[in-house]
Design a protein around this ligand. Structure first.
Ligand SMILES: [Mg+2]
Length: 509
């Protein structure tokens, strides 16, 4: 250990008492190899004592120097001569205690007090902007405050009795791992140190049921992070840049506010127009794409404020860019029944033994359809990559079968089932699910919310080909199935009518 740090400068920082356990849990683990030309810095609790330390090293990523945390922690004797005081506070926010709860991370900065009224915020492009001009922060330090009004405005909200909470989606953590997690959360920590106000942060790190615009994120917050106080949604508000405006990357923030019943604002309404990126270095300017500040935006730079302090900013046209579940409600109302379930008559062909193939895009409700209508009739479901023996075995026992598999989606692939049906003289029908990809994506998220399942990545819709079944293929009958929901209870029903995240890929029309 001592060799490793010989002739290196040690930077020393105070850490909070409660971070000690994190450090000690990792004690002794070495999962990265060191190279000699790195600069090391050490976060320590005290000088001149045997203490546990966390080591960070400087390295170069895409030509940009960054600090990376190592996984090495150990006990080391620090000598006060090794400490470079001039570097104190370089990155103090590593000292913040982030609490991990499953895929969520949260942090209480300066002891935020529970309140029945919440002012919630998105983080990226709402409270901060990048310094590089890139749409997303490229490094831990690639951030600057949104503009000079932020701190004053946050202070004012606190004085008026709101609790300030950052709700941020950091799904990249799931994909990119621990280093990314440290980088993202340290950036938030740096921001908190900068504004130095009592703020709570909840960060979602996976594409699971807590990701905005999910109401479960808010549910978790209300249950565990607000001193058991219920939130008054009418008095609460949420601010975010993802509002589905032209040029907005996504709609998540607007949907989140709608789903939890909060008043919604875009950052421009609260803080005015953001400062343009102050590009980090000349080198970066050449390397990275610069976000052009449009002429019209420059004109809008000075905005008027109303008497409540909000800026008179026109949000303009927004679009949810996803399936509107209320259209289903509209259809149900028209049909004057609570649930527009299919009738036996509509689905049955009056056949003793048969094969049914379900054809439709991923997550459009095929398995649920089977469970609702064919499970009780003793049809066997063969799904995913079932083995072909199970198919013939079941047919030889006079059983009926529903096949829900990728193998049913194209004419070429499903030909095998038609051949088998022919050879055994058993009728075969195709049920074609007319659901749009947008509806399927809504059902995909609905399943994540209600069954704790994993979101099927949206790329699946792009790579999956669905060919509408034709009678000429040899089917006895083709039934077109429009989506009709059946809900087990009112809670599941109300969740269905909330907004879900749109597809994040572009489909060829
Ligand atoms: Mg944002």
């Amino acid at each position: 250990m001592s060799n490793l740090f010989e002739n290196k400068r040690f930077f020393c920082y105070q850490i909070k008492e409660d971070l000690k356990s994190v450090i000690q849990n990792n004690q002794g683990q070495i999962v990265e190899k060191y190279q000699d030309d790195f600069d090391y810095c050490i976060i320590s609790e005290e000088r001149s004592k045997n203490i546990s330390v966390r080591v960070y090293y400087k390295c170069v990523d895409n030509g940009i120097p960054i600090l990376k945390p190592s996984f090495l922690t150990s006990s080391v004797k620090l000598n006060s001569l090794d400490i470079a005081n001039d570097h104190k506070n370089t990155f103090p926010s590593f000292a913040h205690q982030w609490i991990r709860k499953g895929t969520l991370r949260y942090l209480n900065y300066r002891d935020p007090k529970p309140s029945t009224k919440i002012f919630g915020f998105d983080f990226d492009s709402t409270l901060i902007m990048t310094r590089s001009g890139a749409p997303r922060s490229l490094t831990t330090d690639d951030w600057q405050i949104y503009n000079g009004n932020v701190i004053g405005r946050l202070k004012q909200l606190l004085e008026e009795g709101w609790k300030l909470v950052i709700f941020t989606n950091q799904g990249g953590v799931d994909r990119r791992g621990y280093e990314w997690e440290v980088s993202v959360h340290d950036r938030i920590g740096q921001f908190l140190d900068f504004v130095n106000l009592p703020i709570q942060v909840v960060s979602t790190c996976a594409r699971d049921k807590f990701r905005k615009p999910s109401p479960f994120l808010f549910g978790f917050f209300e249950k565990y992070l607000n001193g058991k106080l219920s939130i008054n949604a009418q008095e609460s508000a949420y601010v975010g840049d993802a509002a589905g405006r032209e040029g907005d990357y996504v709609t998540t923030d607007y949907k989140f506010a709608r789903n939890i019943g909060f008043q919604f604002y875009v950052p421009e309404q609260l803080f005015g127009i953001s400062d343009p990126p102050s590009l980090l270095t000349k080198q970066k300017l050449e390397q990275r794409p610069r976000k052009e500040q449009k002429e019209e935006e420059k004109e809008k730079t000075i905005l008027e404020r109303n008497k409540n302090g909000f800026y008179k900013y026109q949000i303009g046209k927004t679009s949810m860019r996803s399936f509107d579940p209320m259209t289903i409600k509209g259809n149900l109302r028209k049909s004057k029944t609570k649930y527009a379930a299919y009738t036996k008559k509509e689905l049955s062909a009056g056949i003793k033994q048969e094969i049914i193939v379900l054809v439709g895009c991923p997550s459009c409700g095929k398995t649920t359809f089977y469970n609702n209508y064919f499970k009780d009739l003793n049809y066997t479901l063969l799904n995913h990559n079932f083995d072909d023996n199970s198919l013939t075995k079941c047919l030889d026992n006079n059983g009926s079968i529903v096949i829900e598999s990728d193998k049913c989606l194209t004419i070429r692939k499903r030909r095998q089932f038609i051949e088998i049906a022919k050879s055994k003289k058993i009728p075969i029908r195709a049920f074609y699910f007319k659901a749009t990809v947008e509806l399927a994506n809504h059902l995909n998220w609905y399943r994540v919310w209600t069954q704790d399942s994993i979101y099927i990545p949206s790329i699946i819709y792009k790579i999956t080909t669905v060919e509408k079944p034709q009678k000429s293929e040899g089917f006895k009958q083709i039934k077109t199935i429009s989506f009709r929901p059946i809900f087990e209870n009112e809670k599941l029903e109300s969740l269905f009518y909330l907004w879900t995240e749109e597809l994040l890929i572009k489909l060829q029309k």
